[in-house]
Ligand binder design. Structure first.
Ligand code: ZN
Length: 227
């Protein structure tokens, strides 16, 4: 089975359209999204509709959860919190319910694939970067580690095989933070399993303009630098 893997779209519809276009060439069986559909940018409703149109399997990210939970929103930095509050007003009721109803974890039996936004034990908060990944980490997180673990949240693409588990972070579609401003996604071939990372250019200036008007300079500028 060939899977398209995306994460951290953050209401950037222009980047998402570019990624969906590019993924169209890979002949995937299914699209998976590791959370944070909304926050930071200004097209949360469009992003949700695009994912629904593509039958994407999504888990809930911390921004998705905070839109429906005032208590969670307090834990964010001011720029992120402003975006969450704006998003709460902007989203249709149906889309708010969609985000609130997303599961924290997704497991695919056939591929033995587990997907979460953060970590399996702490799906909304823990950052799983290369510094965290180890066999001790997997043993701590799982009774029986899966063949494939997909996480998001760091906005930095990464892949590493630890014992029998392929750990994949596809990076971020809508707000990359590895210094490359292009939208990021991954393709997983579950038979290997194997993974390929990909980057796609999109009209960053269009989004910078929209985001600046609503979210301010800092949240807009970082799109240009991939930080
Ligand atoms: Zn995120």
């Amino acid at each position: 089975m060939r899977l398209g893997i995306i994460s951290d779209i953050h209401a950037n519809d222009v980047a998402l359209r570019a990624v969906l276009d590019a993924i169209g060439d890979h002949d995937i069986d299914r699209l998976l999204c590791a959370g944070d559909l909304v926050g930071y940018n200004t097209a949360p409703n469009t992003v949700i509709e695009l994912l629904q149109d593509h039958d994407a399997v999504c888990v809930q990210g911390n921004h998705d959860a905070a839109v429906g939970d005032q208590g969670l929103a307090v834990r964010f930095n001011p720029a992120a919190r402003d975006a969450i509050e704006w998003t709460r007003e902007e989203l249709t009721t149906v889309h708010q319910e969609f985000l609130a109803g997303l599961p924290l974890r997704f497991h695919d039996e056939a591929a033995d694939l587990e997907m979460v936004h953060g970590s399996p034990i702490n799906p909304l908060e823990e950052y799983v970067g290369p510094d965290k990944l180890s066999s001790a980490f997997l043993q701590h997180q799982f009774d029986d580690p899966p063949r494939i673990l997909v996480t998001g949240h760091t906005h930095v693409p990464h892949a590493e095989t630890i014992e029998d588990t392929l750990c994949v972070n596809p990076g971020s579609v809508g707000q990359p933070r590895d210094g490359d401003p292009r939208a990021s996604y991954a393709i997983i071939e579950t038979d290997g399993p194997d993974v390929e990372h990909h980057r796609v250019e999109y009209d960053i200036e269009q989004v910078v303009g929209q985001t600046r008007e609503v979210m301010g300079d800092r949240t807009a500028e970082r799109l240009r630098h991939g930080r």
